[in-house]
Design a protein around this ligand. Structure first.
Ligand code: CUA
Length: 191
């Protein structure tokens, strides 16, 4: 390294110490950079090796024509194992079904997608918070212990009607739900 001190005065102890400290900081800074690059590389490779476990697609153009999200398949379905799958669609500016019926004390799987632009799927008072992205199916497992009603405001700006895009969730006693499910294939609380 070059000695930048004037030739007349030999480097004193203070200058040497300053240089040592400077080196230490330079080393630390490089180490932090290397760490960040390593973390970014790991994250990229890790994600590439293990993609999100359920990347599922649904063509927004043909949603209503056939497949999982046709109109007659939307709403809550009681599965043979006792769990419930709730299927829904977000579109400008509503959710279908606009009121989702859910039993309490039951494993619930939400499966939803968008028919047009990105919408938000959020259930107030819970940590359920999804984005509905056209082309993809958003899926989430949940469980509700106590019956009651919750709101479902769209929380991704989706156009001029965004503010008016609300859905409802109605959680009913599981026995009540089972009784209703005996007579209908898909349930909702849309009147
Ligand atoms: Cu849909 Cu905002």
């Amino acid at each position: 390294m070059t000695d930048t001190t004037p030739l007349s005065s030999p480097p004193d102890a203070a200058a040497e110490r300053a240089e040592r400290v400077e080196h230490r900081w330079a080393t630390a800074a490089v180490a932090i950079l290397v760490l960040f690059v390593a973390l970014a590389t790991f994250a990229a490779l890790h994600l590439a090796a293990m993609p999100q476990s359920r990347v599922e697609t649904a063509d927004p153009i043909t949603l209503h024509l056939d497949g999982e999200f046709i109109d007659s398949n939307l709403g809550s379905a009681l599965e043979p194992d006792g769990s419930v799958i709730v299927r829904g669609i977000g579109q400008q500016y509503s959710f279908t079904p606009s009121c989702m019926l859910i039993p309490n004390d039951t494993p619930i799987t939400f499966r939803a997608t968008s028919a047009d632009v990105v919408h938000g799927f959020l259930i107030t008072g819970t940590n359920i918070n999804l984005m509905l992205v056209p082309g993809y199916i958003s899926s989430l497992n949940a469980r509700f212990e106590t019956p009651g009603e919750r709101l479902m405001p769209c929380h991704e700006f989706c156009g001029v009607g965004h503010e008016g895009m609300w859905g409802r969730i109605k959680i009913v006693d599981k026995a009540v739900f089972a009784r209703l499910a005996a007579s209908r294939r898909r349930l909702s609380c849309v009147e």
